[in-house]
Each structure stands twice: as structure tokens, then as C-alpha cells.
Design a protein around this ligand. Structure first.
Ligand code: HEM
Length: 499
């Protein structure tokens, strides 16, 4: 099994040393809090990172440089700077703090690996996400979404956050592993929960040195990481054994199994580079784990926030219900096509607006490997760089009344009119999210399936929105219980479309 503390691979670009207080004083930098000990910023950063970044923006403007743990950070907020960091000058930067710890869990998968490994893997892994495969996924997403919503009893209470987590984990496990992973769903979910929590409390540089400490909190992190690696290795080994047995004729090939082998894991094992080389078992394990983690936690959080915003905004909720009633696939109970799901505008605007206000990836840490300039801001080699979707998506110049949940702002093609870098829930450049279309499709299928059958209402109408608990992703705090209210939907799509 992969060692928990495997070193940074030697083929990656060497990391320049971090910039300490003395060098920061001699360097031309944007304004920001840079006291020698930096204790105030450190405490504020740890207590409430999004609040800390919002305050930096309010006090210092488009960019700010500050010291944290005696290391220099440059936060860039203006769209042009964000675009440079994610796209135009992306090769001057590598993934930063947080990702080093994510590597302890995910190894060298697509989210955490760096060049030259990343581009080879990225090219090979586009195939499973090609839009020609999405129709098959859409049917499965809709089926699982309807199954989940059918379990919600009108008059009862649904614990929305865990419900969304298990639904999206079920979807990614089924698309990724066929049925194999279902037996391990509980173990995967428990380990992921610990991992996500521990990864994030670690935006502070240097904290990774503590991971080896024999304390229960850190031991649990190591155990979660080992558990996940073991599950993934088991799945890969089973699949390889089955393929080998089928190839030498010692196992009968039945059609249902053969069909399942076309899932993502089957594809990962079959993938070949241009020179014919395949992924090793270790590489498949790391990529499989990466897809499980990045493929469910983010989407679950978006949906938990989306249902919460809808419960607080009856106008948007009514419009979504009318849209759901006009969906032929929901009325007749058949599988939807990608085209049908993508032609449901209200569901799309609700997701766009939720991704703006509560972006699951709310901060993208980077490290400058050469001296560079981001939107005119000088950034020395070795500096940590922070891009924050949470802050940039709240720029009143591009999103008037930015704290207001207003899906209709997306109605007239706002996204096309925005400057590059102003709205980046899926990142950008070669590190852009691989599953963006998958996630949007899944989000639409789940929102519409739920809106057709039930209405979710907050238990406490005075506090419809849950508190945030930003971790490796932007989570809602607690299980987010919601009351399930029955709906009487229109019986035909035509009738719904007329209303
Ligand atoms: C609403 C849901 C999602 C959001 C908001 C989201 C957001 C992001 C963002 C911002 C990044 C870039 C991180 C960075 O640059 O530091 C990313 C990367 C990635 N995402 Fe997603 N993601 C979502 C869903 C998914 C799904 C469903 C999958 C797979 C099934 C997925 C797979 C990946 C992978 C593999 C990467 C790494 C890509 C690379 O570096 O080449 N994501 N995601």
C-alpha cells in the first residue's frame, strides 16, 4: 500500500523556499498585514478564513500580501489577476498548501499531481468525461435521484447534508465502479469525512509536519487515508482478476458484467497513452480515489446549499417546481437525455447562483515557482498565492447586491458578459475541473427530481439558511434538517408549461 508519508515526487518542479518576514520587507508587494510574528492574522485566518479574506479585500483592495506562520502569502481578488493565476500564468505556479495534505489521502491523482505527470493523466482521463458518455450517466443520476426522493416521507424530516452526500457518493460509485463499490459505501463515507476535515484545517504551511504525531486526531487521519487506499486497491485487484479470468477463458462472460466493465474503472484500466503505455495499479488507485472524492463532496455541498436557498426564496422555488412539472421525463417516469436536462433554465440559474455564493471550492491555493506577475501584481518565487472564488464572486462591480441570492441575474447570458476570472467555480486552465459537466448534469437531475415530488422547508422558518463550516470544501454546518412537504404536481407537461 502507498506509504502515508510518501515524499513529493522527484519529477515535479523543485519548490523554491518560502519567503520569510525579512525578505518580504525588502520586496515590492501589495499592501496587507505583515507584522513580524503575524499572530493576529494567524488567529483570524484559522477562525474564519472566508471572513479574513473578505476583510483583506475590503481593507486593501484587489490584492493583499500578508504573513502567516512567518511565510508570505499574496491573495489576488480582481478577475484579471485570478485569470492570470489560473490560466495565463498558470505555469509559473503549482498547487499550494492544502494540496500537499490532500496528497496524503489521494496520492498522485489528477487533483494533486503536477507536471509532467498531470498532463499525461489529464489527456488519458478526458475520455470517460466525453459528452458522448453523459447520456448514460444522466439516466443513472435521474434513477438514483428519484429513488432518494421517494424515501423522503411527507410530514417527516430529511437530514439534507448526509442525504446529499450519500446520493452523490452513490452516483459517483455507480458510474465509477459499477455495482462493486456499493458494498464499501459506508466505509468510504466515514473515511472521507475524517479526511476532508483534517485536510482543510491545514491551510497553514508547516502543519503537515504534525501528521506523524502519535495523537488520536492525527492517527485518525492516517487510518482514514489507509482505509481509502485499501478499498480502492481491492476494487482494482478484483477487476484485474476478473478481466484476466475472462481473457483466458476460465470465467464465463455474462452480458450484464461486461456492460458494467464499461464504467470508469474499466476505462481507467483500459486507457492507453499515445505510446501505448497504461496506468499502473498505483496510478489507477490514486485516480479512482481522486474521482470518488472530487466527484461527490463538492456536488453534495452545492445541492445542500441550493435546497436551502430555495427554501428561503419561495419565488425561485415556485419557478423550479413549475419547470419540474414541465419535464416530460419526470411526468412519464422515463430516463432523461442530457439535452433535456441542459434545457431546463431555472435549474441551471439556481445552480449558477449557488455556485457563486457558496462555491464548494472556495479557495484555490498555489505556490509561485518563479518570479511572476498576476494582473500587474508582482509575486516572488516561493510566495504562497491564494485565489478565492468566495471573495471574487462577491465583487459588486460584476454582481450588484452581491450577498443576495438572485438566480434571475443569470437569465440574459450574464456568464458570457463577465470578464474572464470573475466567475470561476470550476477553476480554469489545464487544472479546470474535469467533472464540471458531470456535476451540472447531476445537480439539475437532483433539483428537478426533488422539485417534482416534494417541497423542503426549514425546520426553523426564522433561520432558513444553515451556518457555513468551510473545510476543504465550503460545507454547511451540521446535518441541515428540512421538513418534507408533499406537492401535488401538474399531471402533464403541457399543463405545467401553460402555468
Ligand atoms: C459542483 C461540483 C464541483 C465543483 C464546484 C468543482 C470544482 C473544481 C475546481 C475549482 C477544481 C480546480 C481546483 C484548483 O484549480 O485548485 C476542480 C478540479 C477537479 N475536479 Fe471538480 N468540481 C466539482 C465536481 C466534480 C466532479 C463531479 C468530478 C468528477 C466526477 C470532479 C473532478 C475533478 C478533478 C479530477 C479535478 C482535477 C482536474 C485537474 O487538475 O486536471 N469535480 N474541481
Amino acid at each position: 500500500m502507498r506509504p502515508f508519508d510518501a515524499p513529493r515526487p522527484a519529477s515535479y518542479a523543485p519548490l523554491p523556499p518560502p519567503i520569510g518576514p525579512a525578505r518580504a520587507r525588502r520586496t515590492a508587494l501589495p499592501p496587507g498585514p505583515r507584522s513580524r510574528l503575524g499572530l493576529g492574522p494567524l488567529l483570524r485566518f484559522q477562525r474564519d478564513t472566508p471572513g479574513f479574506l473578505m476583510r483583506l479585500r475590503a481593507e486593501h483592495g484587489d490584492a493583499a500580501a500578508f504573513l502567516l506562520g512567518r511565510q508570505l502569502f499574496v491573495a489576488v481578488f480582481a478577475p484579471a489577476m485570478v485569470h492570470d493565476a489560473l490560466v495565463a500564468r498558470q505555469h509559473d505556479l503549482v498547487k499550494g498548501v492544502g494540496f500537499a495534505r490532500m496528497r496524503l489521502v489521494l496520492g498522485e491523482g489528477l487533483l494533486t499531481n503536477e507536471e509532467p505527470v498531470h498532463l499525461r493523466h489529464r489527456r488519458m482521463m478526458q475520455a470517460p468525461f466525453h459528452h458522448s458518455r453523459l447520456d448514460g450517466y444522466a439516466a443513472l443520476m435521474a434513477d438514483l435521484a428519484r429513488e432518494e426522493v421517494d424515501r423522503w416521507r411527507p410530514g417527516g424530516v430529511v437530514r439534507l447534508a448526509p442525504a446529499m452526500m450519500s446520493l452523490t457518493l452513490g452516483i459517483v460509485a455507480r458510474t465509477l465502479f459499477g455495482t462493486d463499490a456499493r458494498a464499501h459505501a459506508g466505509r468510504i463515507a466515514a473515511a472521507m469525512d475524517v479526511a476532508i476535515d483534517r485536510i482543510e484545517r491545514t491551510m497553514l504551511p508547516g502543519l503537515d509536519r504534525l501528521d506523524g504525531l502519535p495523537l488520536p486526531w492525527f492517527r485518525a487521519f492516517r487510518r482514514a487515508s489507509d482505509d481509502l487506499a485499501e478499498v480502492a486497491e481491492g476494487l482494482v485487484a478484483e477487476r484485474r482478476a476478473r478481466a484476466a479470468a475472462a481473457a483466458d477463458g476460465t470465467a464465463p462472460v455474462d452480458v450484464a458484467t461486461a456492460r458494467r466493465e464499461e464504467d470508469l474503472l474499466g476505462l481507467l484500466l483500459a486507457l492507453r497513452d499515445e505510446d501505448g503505455s497504461a496506468f499502473s495499479d498505483d496510478e489507477v488507485r490514486d485516480e479512482a480515489l481522486t474521482l470518488i472524492l472530487s466527484g461527490h463532496e463538492t456536488t453534495a455541498n452545492v445541492l445542500t446549499w441550493a435546497f436551502s436557498y430555495l427554501a428561503a426564496h419561495p419565488g425561485a422555488r415556485d419557478a423550479l417546481e413549475a419547470e419540474a412539472d414541465a419535464q416530460d421525463w419526470l411526468v412519464t417516469g422515463r430516463a432523461p437525455t442530457v439535452a433535456e436536462l441542459m434545457a431546463a433554465p431555472v435549474a441551471g440559474w439556481v445552480l449558477d447562483e449557488t455556485l457563486r455564493l457558496s462555491p464548494p471550492v472556495w479557495v484555490a491555493p498555489r505556490r509561485a515557482v518563479v518570479d511572476t506577475e498576476l494582473g500587474g501584481v508582482p509575486v516572488p518565487a516561493g510566495a504562497h498565492v491564494l485565489v478565492s472564488q468566495y471573495v471574487t464572486h462577491r465583487d459588486p462591480a460584476h454582481f450588484p447586491d452581491p450577498e443576495r441570492f438572485d438566480p434571475w441575474r443569470w437569465r440574459d447570458g450574464l456568464e458570457r458578459r463577465l470578464p474572464r476570472g470573475a466567475y470561476v467555480p470550476f477553476g480554469g486552465g489545464t487544472r479546470r475541473c474535469l467533472g464540471d459537466q458531470f456535476a451540472l448534469l447531476e445537480g439539475r437531475a437532483i433539483l428537478l427530481a426533488a422539485a417534482r415530488r416534494v417541497r423542503l422547508e426549514p425546520l426553523d422558518p426564522a433561520r432558513p439558511l444553515p451556518a457555513a463550516q468551510p473545510r476543504a470544501t465550503y460545507r454547511a454546518r451540521g446535518p441541515v434538517p428540512m421538513r418534507v412537504v408533499a406537492r401535488t404536481p401538474s399531471r402533464t407537461p403541457q399543463a405545467a408549461a401553460r402555468t
